[in-house]
Design a protein around this ligand. Sequence first.
Ligand code: ADP
Ligand code: ZN
Length: 183
Amino acid sequence: MLTPKNSGWIEVICGPMFSGKTEELIRRLVRAQYAKQNVAIFKPKTDNRYSDDYIVSHNKRKIKSIILESSEDIYDYKDQADVFGIDEAQFFDNNLIEVSNKLARLGKRVVIAGLDKDYLSKPFGPVSALLSHAEFITKLNAICVTCGDRAFFTKRISKENNQVIIGEKDKYQARCRNCFDKK
Ligand code: ADP
Ligand code: ZN
């Protein structure tokens, strides 16, 4: 007989921009708070699009968060929370993979939201590796702004060429596979 253990696990919520990753992350973390669990939420320093102390979804829901430069610093909070939420994971360094596994091994629930692909449809930061470490994966879709189909791609409509260019609808659009290839 297998004996159930109280082990931790990793959940990843991925998809293109505007697919509701932050909304879904906030939904899961708020439910954990209702269950009286201690929740800590982190985001990388590079992203300060709306607010410094909150993670904010495109529909303006928000939850208090801690901004860190290095993913290793998340581990310092190991005694302060049962549930670890991480937003914009694509902007964290690759140590996030090891940190997430270490927390899960301690029995923590780690909920990670991030872009799986960049504007060229290439793997983005630690997220694709995290998908193979995760017990649970949710891939969300947005609505293609060109044709209304399901969008799994993020098209950059501005001219910059760096992988990381912070922007919103001024620079990015959710597109389906067909429309991603169009101008
Ligand atoms: P993500 O974290 O994936 O970028 P958010 O949770 O911040 O997404 O925002 C999702 C919200 O964005 C949707 O609920 C909707 O209100 C809005 N939205 C804007 N553009 C689109 C689009 N093209 N398709 C779907 N939702 C969109
Ligand atoms: Zn389309």
